[in-house]
Design a protein around this ligand. Structure first.
Ligand code: NAD
Length: 263
């Protein structure tokens, strides 16, 4: 961890579970103040929040707003600004999935996935950029996906949102290049988190498969290493992107997918 991250503030969307929580742990462990966001059981979230503060002695704030709603994103950014004076590191990570053929894809699910997986990153970015520009330093990291580079059937909204996120990130990189602010995507393959576990029943239904067939023939079929990526491996990439060594990495899409998109 770069010394220079101590005392900075990171806002990580969708960080009450899975990959987001791993980012929060990695950054908090290095003395970075963290704003965590997402849904879940209040007691469990408070326990995680206290755990984050114990890791590196920095502050952890929970902001439980719904990121499909722009006014709630504005409220979250206000809370971050009141507590810490702004945001230095923004990690757009909140995301959801729905698996169905295009002709059966529920319209409300399409709208929700685009709002959460894509549009929320526009709102958090537009609100965080002024703080970063004023300090001439910032990091914007998106949890994109192998699905920002390639497609799978039955995941139309998700694939559309993630490809959009990758394009948005390249635009951010160009606009912010002279302000000391980098913008990059991290694109994992299958990481074992609740998001992956929860899509197994729908994939079983859509493809007429057993749970084991979904695990081996769908999820890990395209991942040549035949291993799930770990949340810690994804968080380590984010820490690297935040450091000085990555100051000239911008507009990149960093794959951590066991070779999936090499095929
Ligand atoms: P997860 O389900 O464990 O976490 C999702 C987080 O988003 C949770 O904290 C949840 O509460 C939060 N969230 C959901 N709806 C929200 C809303 N409306 N407002 C605010 N927060 C909300 O999932 P994960 O696997 O850790 O996924 C995190 C990110 O990683 C997602 O963007 C996902 O697309 C991406 N990703 C995951 C994988 C994988 O295999 N798990 C692979 C590639 C990319």
């Amino acid at each position: 961890m770069s010394q220079s991250l101590k005392g900075k503030t990171a806002l990580i969307t969708g960080s009450t579970s899975g990959i987001g929580l791993a980012y929060a742990k990695a950054l908090a462990g290095g003395g970075v103040n963290v704003v965590i966001n997402g849904f879940g059981d209040a007691d469990a979230i408070e326990k995680e929040r206290l755990g984050l503060e114990a890791l590196g002695g920095a502050k952890a704030l929970y902001s439980g707003h719904d990121l499909t709603k722009p006014d709630q994103i504005e409220a979250m950014m206000q809370e971050a600004a009141s507590a810490f004076g702004g945001v230095d590191i923004l990690i757009n990570n909140a995301g959801m999935q729905h698996v169905a053929p295009v002709e059966d894809f529920p319209v409300d699910k399409w709208n929700l996935i685009i709002a959460l997986n894509l549009t929320s990153a526009f709102h958090t970015s537009r609100l965080a950029i002024p703080y970063m520009k004023s300090k001439k330093w910032g990091r914007i990291i998106q949890t994109a996906s192998a699905h920002s580079l390639t497609a799978s059937p039955f995941k139309s909204a998700y694939v559309t949102a993630k490809h959009g996120l990758a394009g948005f990130t390249k635009t951010l990189a160009l606009e912010l290049a002279t302000f000391g602010v980098t913008a990059n995507c991290i694109s994992p393959g299958y990481v074992w988190t609740p998001l992956v576990e929860n899509q197994i029943p729908d994939t079983m239904k859509a493809r007429g498969m057993t749970r084991e067939q979904v695990m081996n023939d769908v999820l890990l079929a395209g991942q040549p290493t035949k291993q799930f990526v770990t949340v810690e491996q994804v968080a380590a990439m984010a820490l690297y992107l935040c450091g000085d060594a990555a100051a000239n990495i911008t507009g990149a899409n960093m794959s951590i997918d066991g070779g999936w998109t090499a095929q």
